[in-house]
Design a protein around this ligand. Sequence first.
Ligand code: 7PM
Length: 279
Amino acid sequence: MVFDFCGTKLNLNSPQIMGVLNITPDSFSDGGQFNHLDKALQQAQAMIAAGASIIDVGGESTRPGAVKVSEQDELARVLPVIEKLRQCSDIIISIDTSKPEVMRQAVAAGANLINDINALRSEGALELVAELSVPVCLMHMQNKPETMQKKPDYDDVVEEVNAFFLERLSACKEAGIKADRIILDPGFGFGKTLQHNLLLLKNLASFKKFNLPILAGLSRKSMFAEIVNKPVDQRLYASLSAALIAVSNGAAIVRVHDVEQTADMLKVYNAVRQVNSRC
Ligand code: 7PM
């Protein structure tokens, strides 16, 4: 399956890496040696060199309970990075936002994918994405970031995420968004307990029936704190294990912080998958 990101084609028959580039004021604190823009671009280039095929640029922290970022601040953070990165690279740039105006300006600056944790439920988002004809990742989230981890509750989490995808796909169709521009994401950690996350990971293949690429974002997530009891900077091995399970259960794209390590893991996965005769 070849997916078209505004003219840049990506073969999704083998799993691809989306590298996370967070542009928040505290994410590049270095004592003032470099400015934030240079640091962000350096990190993007390092992720590209390490094997990322998509760079996900985000200027709004979606941490549970995080303070909201204004549209103006979000634009000021992400636009210079997208513009500069586009000047020096053909890499697929994803904009991690739920705000239509940020989507519009990010795409004008060179972004070729909209990654919306709110799955285009913000006012005007569906219409805008239809107008821009840009691919979109629709992520499932129960409730809002501020409250989602208070009391996640499902009768059957896999069935409810499935029903959510059906509803959003129908809303997209109604708005005129073509199905071949849509990526689905169960939204690990977004209004889910550990058990919900594990059930979604175990049953990820059930979402293959939509015949759309599946994206899995598991990297460093707090679900691992409950399994390995380690802080966020020590969850690499847990994250790699989960990413491997995700790709073997059908994920076409994994969204990760540790690109080099994930790329090695996927090389081993691909080597085993491709070997085809006894000798
Ligand atoms: C705090 C908590 C900071 C959670 C950041 C996060 C996803 C995403 C994020 C995902 C897609 C993180 C998250 N997660 N977009 N954006 N899928 N499509 O751990 O799972 O990076 S933000």
